[in-house]
Design a binder for this molecule. Sequence first.
Ligand SMILES: [Fe+2]
Ligand SMILES: [Fe+2]
Length: 165
Amino acid sequence: MDKNLLENLSLQINKELYSAYLYFAMSIYFLEINMEGFAKVIKNQIKEELNHAKKIYNYLLSRDEEIILNDIKAPDTNWINPYDTIKSALEHEKTITNDIKHLYEMSKETKDYATEVFLQWFIEEQVEEESKFRCLLDKIEQTKNLGCEIIHIDRNLKLDEEYIE
Ligand SMILES: [Fe+2]
Ligand SMILES: [Fe+2]
């Protein structure tokens, strides 16, 4: 595999683990303000991010490539309210989408067809990831229009069986 592509795929493992760490911090934030529904969604997200990291790790192992693990930085946690928190989750996912696009372009440029195919799953996954947080933001925004409380959204999220902690 191209050296630069390999380095960036290893770096992506780090970014997926950082994503899990970021959502770990967000779940603490929501639990501290007693919003268990939002915390449940975010805890579900931690699992997904760990799974993303494992997918890349397994792929590099199957290609018999050397995996380099780096330090995971601590996330910034100065969110001011639930809207701000979910908004920063969406912004984070957008940066990950760009990373995946970049990796995809690199695999095309180096004619690494296997990696190109491998990354297609991540491209679709990022559409879902962004949509999930955009949908939550819309729900929070609608509380203003409908005159309802964010606590109702939280209660519904807690009951939503789509998310498993
Ligand atoms: Fe991810
Ligand atoms: Fe993600």
